[in-house]
Design a protein around this ligand. Structure first.
Ligand SMILES: [Mg+2]
Length: 214
């Protein structure tokens, strides 16, 4: 597919479109108490957001990973709306890009069913053409989730937007330009180390790169 016909803009979900980290961390920590295990600190967990759930639990309690994942997956969908909200300006930027003719998809490490439920609960469903979760293929920084999302959109990719170096490396591996937002998981120096094309405190500058399509 030629670059001129590509219309795909991909977004990470947690920490990029939605300020969801407090609810994720609350559910992550809840599982330890549920099983009577000592819990890590909030900041220890925060630094790992963006990795798969089982890998995150393996860093703290490698002998209890399956049970912790079960406890999380029971707790999180009942509580993921408590404090989570789209970041300021996200709805407006997605709406503007849609109106300009671009095709928009989430590309997340969340499981597909959870990702869809969460996107809808946050009111973002009508603004996105596709929600691509990760299940049965390598997670970011591998580019697989991006390739799956673009196949579902039926177009080539232009930009990958994310809040972690994992997102940026996945986007680069898929041949996309990369846009890092600084309001999520990874600090500016970590994001800068992955050499994104843009490193910004919000999504506004994305619009300047993406004029209306003819
Ligand atoms: Mg993220």
């Amino acid at each position: 597919m030629s670059a001129s016909s590509s219309r795909g803009i991909l977004f990470d979900l947690d920490g990029t479109l939605v300020d969801s980290l407090p609810d994720i961390i609350d559910s992550f920590l809840h599982a330890f108490g549920h099983l009577g295990l000592p819990a890590p600190t909030y900041e220890q967990v925060r630094a790992l957001i963006g990795h798969p759930l089982d890998w995150m639990y393996s860093q703290f309690a490698p002998d209890h990973v399956p049970a912790l994942c079960v406890a999380y997956r029971e707790h999180y969908p009942l509580n993921f709306h408590r404090r989570s909200r789209p970041y300021p300006g996200v709805v407006e930027v997605l709406r503007a890009l849609r109106e300009r003719g671009y095709l928009l998809a989430v590309a997340t490490t969340k499981r597909p069913d959870m990702a869809r439920k969460f996107v809808d609960a946050m009111g973002l469903g009508p603004l996105l053409h596709h929600v691509q979760g990760t299940d049965g293929f390598p997670h970011k920084p591998a580019p697989d989730v991006i390739h799956h999302a673009l196949a579902a959109l039926g177009t080539g990719g232009l930009w990958m937007v994310g809040d972690t170096a994992l997102d940026l490396r996945a986007g680069q591996a898929a041949g996309l330009r990369t846009y890092a937002v600084t309001w999520g998981t990874h600090p500016v120096d970590v994001l800068a180390g992955a050499s994104p094309d843009e490193l910004q405190p919000d999504l506004q500058r994305l619009l300047t790169h993406l004029p209306p399509l003819a």
